[in-house]
Write a protein that binds this ligand. Structure first.
Ligand code: TEU
Ligand code: CA
Length: 547
């Protein structure tokens, strides 16, 4: 593991919701440039930018129509170059989103591909004839409904594992792979510092998934060729370059992680696993408002810590642009005291583990979920599709149940504008924001937190600094304490004779600590002004000690 990556903390920016500078209500690249000093103050090392490429508006930029152009609403390539230069001048690296499982149906490759069956780009995508007059098989889109769409021009179906406008590329075609690698080299030559790779474990679909056999919905993730494609990508693009790569890999197990992100650097630097994000799933998958069971969450987190140890590298995240706000999900946003305490507690719990922490914009302020009242307020293709399927078509959930689930888990919660100030539109825009600003911006905003030593922001700043300062935070062996406890998440990290003790209360009630978890030694961090009783944690309390 490269030393800078071992100590790095990444900040994720969803540019459309970060900072608008020209009053059109949409965040832009100049907005990101204008906030680089804020990121410097926080102390992060790397920024991951969600897609900034030209797109067709179906899925928040994940439907790319030109990999080498900036979306006009976000700015120009000159703006991008300036952002890169200005970030580098501050010692901040830039990691781009790489979306190559699919392109937009407006991408020139697809426009050519769909024209007829013999054109040069036909095999860039997955085309199949009808099976007995209908869809080739029962494969389902991640956004509800069939994953096959009939295209009138040739009478064949194309595969789209996400929205209809997101056509899956055919990775079996070596020309597709080379075209992707060439594009990646183009960005790296420009000076970007790596890639976050969207659904990268979906590119090597097993043959059954695309078979024209009327078969059932199967799982297209983690196909047999995955390792080979990633080795090839490494060989042709990444090898010899000082980059950070992180693969988004839903459904992977720790043993599969060893295939994707081995420590020898032969494939990816690390992956995003999803097991802890699925720990609170119910019978309708993510669509539930049920709270997570803490023993289960701990078991998942601990397993990833121990099973990757010395073999592969973890990423650490509670939040991203696809997840609800963690303080509302695993903490408590009911009152200000609980919100700030639980936001800090969740930060400490995650950041003191081994791996690379990711902070999603606004997480460092303890931003919360948004009070969506009805489905008409949802902008996200996932929520709209799920509502249609589960409420309207199948009647498996009532509108009230589904809205409760969308409020608790919907992706739009992450995408409301960043809260900079208590003023108009939270200082995000002088115009009309593309998405409503959370009304709680009056009490939750950066302006009030940056200079306040007791703020969530200052606490995150301290967490990031601790990782930079203490080798035990980067390298220590992880041991889970009190695994069955329903309130306490406690663990130790051990490195070269030093022990870090982290104790967190995931509840609003006092919680007793076992002997092994009793706080002792030197207090590094806490979210109460005083040390308190060594054998008990107060509501939402966190303590970090060096023994
Ligand atoms: O997400 C991949 C993915 O599997 C999502 O469907 C995820 O399960 C869901 O958002 C959780 O609610 C990536 C991107 O992060 C997402 O924003 C895109 O919509 C998707 O790929 C398609 O590109
Ligand atoms: Ca703008």
């Amino acid at each position: 593991m490269k030393e800078w990556i071992e100590r790095a903390v990444v900040y994720q920016i969803y540019p459309k919701s970060f900072q608008d500078t020209n009053g059109d209500g949409i965040g832009d690249l100049r907005g990101v440039i204008s906030r680089l000093d804020y990121l410097k103050e926080l102390g992060v090392d790397v920024v991951w930018l969600n897609p900034v490429y030209r797109h067709s508006g179906a899925d928040g930029g994940y439907d790319i129509s030109d990999y080498r152009a900036i979306a006009p609403e976000l700015g120009t390539m000159e703006d991008f170059d300036e952002l890169l230069a200005q970030a580098h001048a501050r010692g901040i690296r830039i990691v781009m989103d790489l979306v190559v499982n699919h392109t937009s149906t407006e991408h020139p490759w697809f426009i050519e591909s769909r024209r007829d069956k013999t054109n040069d780009k036909r095999d860039f995508y997955v085309w199949r004839p009808p099976y007995r007059g209908g869809v080739p098989n029962g494969e389902q889109s991640m956004f509800s409904g069939s994953a096959w769409k009939l295209d009138e021009a040739t009478g064949e179906y194309y595969l789209h594992m996400f929205a209809e406008k997101q056509a899956d590329l055919n990775w079996k075609n070596p020309r597709v792979r080379e075209a992707v690698y060439e594009m990646m080299r183009w960005w790296l030559d420009k000076g970007v510092d790596g890639f976050r790779m969207d659904v990268i474990n979906l590119i090597a679909k097993p043959d059954e998934v695309t078979a024209c056999d009327g078969g059932p919905h199967r799982n297209g993730f983690n196909g047999p060729m995955q390792g080979a494609y990633l080795s090839e990508m490494n060989e042709r693009v990444l090898k010899g370059r000082d980059v950070l790569t992180v693969g988004e890999t839903g459904g992977v197990t720790p043993s599969e992680a060893l295939v994707y992100a081995p420590l020898d650097g032969s494939r990816l630097t690390m992956i995003f696993q999803f097991e802890h994000m699925d720990a609170d799933a119910g019978p309708k998958h993510k669509w539930t408002d049920k709270r997570v069971s803490l023993p289960k969450l701990k078991q998942v987190m601990a397993r990833w810590q121990t099973e990757l140890r010395g073999r592969a590298w973890n990423s650490l995240y509670w939040n991203n642009h696809d997840q609800p706000r963690v303080v509302s999900r695993f903490g408590c946003d009911a009152d200000e005291e609980s919100r700030t305490r639980s936001a800090k507690m969740l930060g400490a719990c995650l950041h003191m583990m081994q791996g690379t922490p990711y902070v999603y914009q606004g997480e460092e302020l303890g931003m919360t979920n948004y009070p969506f009242a009805s489905i008409e307020e949802s902008l996200d293709v996932e929520a709209i599709g799920a509502y249609r399927e589960l409420v309207i078509e199948k009647g498996e959930m009532t509108p009230e149940q589904m809205m409760a689930a969308i409020r608790f888990k919907g992706r739009d919660n992450a995408r409301t504008p960043m809260q900079w100030t208590a003023g108009k539109n939270a200082g995000f825009t002088s115009g009309t924001p593309w998405m409503p600003v959370n009304p709680n911006c009056e009490r939750i905003n950066a302006a009030s937190q940056v200079g306040d030593p007791d703020s969530v922001f200052s606490f995150y700043k301290r967490l990031i600094a601790l990782r930079h300062e203490l080798p035990v935070v980067c390298r220590g062996d992880f041991t889970l304490l009190m695994p069955q406890d329903e309130q306490v998440f406690a663990y130790t990290r051990q490195y070269e004779g030093e022990t870090l003790l982290v104790a967190c209360n995931f509840s609003g009630k006092t919680a007793a600590l076992d002997d092994a978890a009793k706080t002792r030694g030197k207090r590094l961090l806490g979210n109460y002004p005083d040390a308190g009783d060594a054998g008990a944690l107060r509501p939402w309390e966190t303590r970090v000690y060096l023994l």
